[in-house]
Design a protein around this ligand. Structure first.
Ligand code: BGC
Length: 893
């Protein structure tokens, strides 16, 4: 049986409003072994008309096939149909629909501004560590704005589409009805350069007569508080709306309704801020305000604006929504008599609750990730505007509420002002994230590792809210370095390609003309200020995201267009680093001998860098995060320079640019030579001895073959001296276990993995973590609970290693056309399994051993092959299909 499934247009599972450059992908699945696609035929229909027939194309390609028919029309629903033939002559067919987005034609309307008080411009000290003491009255916060746009429809319509965006974030209703379940439209982007608009099909929603389109606008990323420093008004201080509703009547005439003529008033949301939280006064919400017939005579007309419209761009990818809802675990009473809801795990989102009572109760929800070691409530995120607090003022009767314009990172919620007895059944926990599909999983016989795997996924979910963020509470910011190390794991677990490519677009927009890639994307004003204080807008490892993220996407998908799209930005970044290396020299440069002077131009050894950020040895000895940066930055910057240059040379090969490939290969060699001479002595020792330094030397090839075993020995010695505990920060941790495995020391890699003392992944797990922590000692060995973030995905980059080295699935060719399966029995586990939806279909590996017996089930997708290494040293090469292998193993291995 041959089947076609997972039909995708531009890699989207719900292809609504896709751009006019369309690419098709599908997965072919067969019950026969060694199946390959030999041809495909694509046919596109609009209603019953055939728009394009590709004819039968002899090809084994099943992804990113470009549409090459006559130009597609904007805002049209199309049906696409694919027919494939496999190498046995069997055929299969699949079909799906998609809708194209608005074309590039000029807009007929402009932005409008409700009459409102300005949001106060707050500029607390950007490191934001000072705690506000005492209660605050939030007088400086402004309410949301409700906007009513009446639309008169005189005759039957053929189609109607609404395009909307906001300076702020919005929700929309038409004739009292919600249009979708997405949150925080138009989402986060570098608003000064690009802002997305969303499109809604109103064809079935508008009726002849009066209709109302209702918006509620909140501060969001436009004027709300942002980042570590919690600055408000990073883009503007007033909320504004853009809307255009294009209606085509049955008689073919067209009309465009803009925001002009709409009326507005303050909403029942007293304030809403992504960081501080939301306050809602239920009885102040005007009934049926977005329905026709509502009396808006007291509302004020919005002001028309004349703003440039070229930043507006159709929504790319999926939006943010509630992806899971579950019941909390328990209501706790703390030693301080506080009532605290424990939802059972750390998440990003909010609570929803139902209550029946009279008007005027003020229910306060304060969200936190941790309780103190003695069970008391505390806010683990310190600083100005980090309140994470929602307030709800009841109306009378039965009511259900959840905030709409904020989210929090939390496991515990202190609840005060609850009318009556507080029961957990009144609540549900709403987990929010960008809507992506789960495409990877891992489990094994060790419950600690399984929990670690869950924690990784959990932190990813919490940090993929519109943009990839560092954490869902303190900063909610697109720190580039965190993603640079985590991207491979994210791409294995979720269909993150579109999400990450969208963020790369933002990165390209924010790149400086000289090639510098800022450390945070979008580069909010508050983040700029932090950079000014640190003395640099970028850092090694952080700016390198411009190279590392597209490369990770390419490896996962096999799609060279992601490299093409980013190639110029990658090269520009290297130009920037190169000019830094060539034009800035260390302080005592004059004292260097000629040879040393000469190699300085290949070393990036000046300026500020985050380096091996949060290296535990320094932090646990009482150092500050910045000390980890200062200690490691020089060697790390030169090493990452080499690494990125090497990857660009490989990208140039993929893009068939042999000249560039050669140029970058030569540059890499120069950096490598300079690095070895500068940092390694004849015994393979580095002067500033850190585990991470040795890891990078080994991983990035910054050793000679003679030095390699010595460097490895130093690394192993340091690990041993540290009691088999890791001492690596953000930039070296993704490679720590890899270099040990690649260089024949799997034994040490597994000792580190199974380490239950701090620092170690299972240390977190054994201390009750349900997400990945920012710092290994968030809870110290004596049980002290620290004021850190408990939800940073960076150290979760170990995921990619577990899938590769324990379950044993490796890719040999970008996009998994060729794989290698090498079960990690050295782990000592009795079984492990992984599955992953590759572009060709699902690959699954499931192995177990019992005494001297080893058994493995493998599923290989259509059109691919795998080299399978069995523990008895036999190697088999298999095409697609399901297989079972058995052999004997040394019982003591
Ligand atoms: C963030 C990190 C980020 C870092 C820069 C922190 O405050 O939370 O994850 O990468 O700053 O070093």
């Amino acid at each position: 049986m041959l089947k076609i499934h997972t039909l995708r247009v531009n890699q989207m599972s719900q292809p609504q409003y896709v751009c006019l450059e369309v690419r098709f992908s599908w997965i072919l699945e067969s019950s026969r072994r060694n199946c390959r696609q030999v041809s495909y035929q694509l046919r596109i229909f609009r209603k019953d008309d055939l728009v394009w027939d590709s004819g039968e194309i002899c090809s084994d390609r099943n992804s990113y096939i470009p549409y090459t028919g006559p130009e597609l029309l904007p805002l049209q629903y199309y049906i696409w149909q694919v027919t494939c033939t496999d190498c046995f002559g069997e055929k299969a067919q699949g079909s799906d629909t998609f809708c194209t987005c608005r074309g590039n034609g000029p807009w007929h309307t402009n932005w409008v501004q409700p009459v409102q008080q300005e949001t106060v411009k707050e500029r607390p000290y950007p490191f934001g560590q000072q705690q506000i003491s005492g209660p605050r009255d939030y007088h400086e916060f402004q309410p949301t704005q409700l906007i009513r746009r009446k639309i008169e429809i005189p005759k039957e319509i053929k189609s109607a589409f609404l395009h909307a965006s906001a300076h702020g974030i919005y929700r929309v209703e038409v004739n009292g009805e919600k249009l979708d379940s997405y949150l925080f439209a138009p989402e986060c982007s570098p608003y000064d350069k690009l802002i997305m608009f969303q499109t809604y099909d109103l064809t079935e929603k508008l009726r002849v007569g009066e209709n109302v389109i209702g918006f509620e606008l909140a501060d969001g990323w436009w004027s709300g508080r942002l980042g570590l420093g919690s600055w408000s008004c990073c883009y503007g201080n007033k909320k504004e709306l853009f809307m255009e509703c294009e209606v085509t009547y049955q008689d073919g005439t067209q009309v465009y309704f803009g925001g002009e003529g709409a009326k507005s008033t303050a909403g029942a949301t007293v304030y809403a801020d992504l960081f501080v939280g939301e306050k809602f006064n239920a009885s102040a919400l005007p009934q049926d305000w977005s329905c026709s017939g509502y009396d808006d005579s007291k509302w004020l007309y919005v002001q028309p604006l004349q703003l440039p419209l070229d930043h507006l761009q159709p929504q790319i990818g999926e939006g943010v929504k509630i992806i899971r809802e579950f019941k909390p675990l328990a209501v706790l009473k703390t030693p301080d008599e506080d009532l605290v809801l424990d939802v059972g795990q750390n998440i990003a989102g909010f609570l929803r609750f139902s209550v029946e009572c009279e008007e005027g109760h003020e229910i306060v929800l304060e969200y936190s990730e941790m309780l103190r070691e003695d069970g008391r409530f505390f806010q683990n995120i310190m600083g100005v505007n980090k309140d994470q607090k929602d307030v709800y003022i009841t109306k009378s009767g039965k009511q259900t509420w959840n905030p709409q314009f904020t989210y929090h990172g939390f496991r515990y919620v202190r609840i005060s002002g609850w009318p009556g007895v507080l029961l957990k059944d009144f609540f549900s926990v709403c987990v929010i994230s960008t809507d992506m599909e789960d495409i990877g999983d891992f489990s094994c016989s060790d419950s600690g590792l399984n929990q670690l795997q869950k924690n990784i996924k959990q932190s990813q979910t919490a940090n993929t809210i519109s943009i990839p963020t560092d954490c869902p509470q303190r900063e909610k910011a697109g720190w580039t370095g965190d993603l640079a190390v985590y991207a491979p794991t994210m791409l294995y677990l979720s269909s993150a390609e579109v999400f990450l490519r969208r963020w790369m677009l933002y990165l390209r927009k924010e790149q400086f003309p000289n090639g510098l890639v800022p450390s945070v994307i979008p580069y909010w004003e508050v983040c700029r200020e932090i950079s000014e204080i640190l003395g640099s807008h970028t850092s090694c490892g952080w700016g390198d995201a411009v190279v590392l993220v597209p490369w990770a996407i390419y490896l996962e998908t096999g799609n060279p267009s992601v490299l093409k799209e980013n190639y110029e930005a990658m090269c520009l970044w290297i130009q920037y680093v190169q000019s830094e290396a060539e034009n800035h020299f260390p302080e005592n440069y004059e004292t260097f001998d000629d040879r040393k002077k000469d190699r300085q131009k290949y070393l990036w050894n000046t300026g500020f860098h985050f380096g091996d950020w949060l290296m535990p040895g320094i932090i646990m000895a009482g150092g500050k995060p910045r000390d980890t940066a200062y200690a490691t930055k020089e060697l790390f910057a030169s090493a990452y320079y080499a690494h990125s240059v090497k990857i660009i040379s490989q990208a140039a090969d993929v893009l068939n640019l042999p000249g560039d490939a050669e140029l970058y290969r030569k540059l890499y060699e120069k950096i490598r030579e300079a690095f070895i001479e500068e940092y390694l002595d004849g015994e393979g020792r580095v002067e500033l001895e850190f585990q991470g330094s040795y890891v990078l030397c080994l991983k990035f090839g910054l050793v000679t073959e003679k030095l390699r075993p010595m460097v490895l020995n130093h690394l192993c010695r340091m690990i041993e001296e540290n009691g088999y505990r890791l001492d690596t920060g953000f930039l070296s941790i993704p490679f720590l276990l890899d270099v040990l495995c690649e260089n024949g020391r799997k034994d040490i890699a597994f000792k580190l993995l199974f380490q239950r003392k701090c620092p170690g992944w299972l240390y977190m797990v054994e201390h009750g973590a349900t997400t990945i922590w920012e710092s290994w000692n968030c809870i110290s060995e004596d049980g002290t609970v620290g004021a850190y973030s408990y939800n940073h995905y960076a150290f979760g980059c170990i995921g990619a290693w577990m899938y590769r080295e324990i379950a044993g699935l490796r890719l040999l060719e970008a996009g998994y056309r060729k794989m290698q399966i090498t079960p990690g029995i050295e782990s000592g586990l009795s079984w492990a399994s992984t599955e992953h939806r590759t572009p060709y279909g699902r690959v699954a590996v499931e192995w177990k051993r019992q005494g001297g017996k080893f058994q493995m089930n493998v599923t290989i997708p259509t059109g691919t092959s795998a080299e399978i290494f069995l523990p008895d040293d036999t190697v088999e090469i298999k095409g697609s299909g399901k297989y079972q292998f058995q052999c004997t193993v040394d019982e003591f291995l």
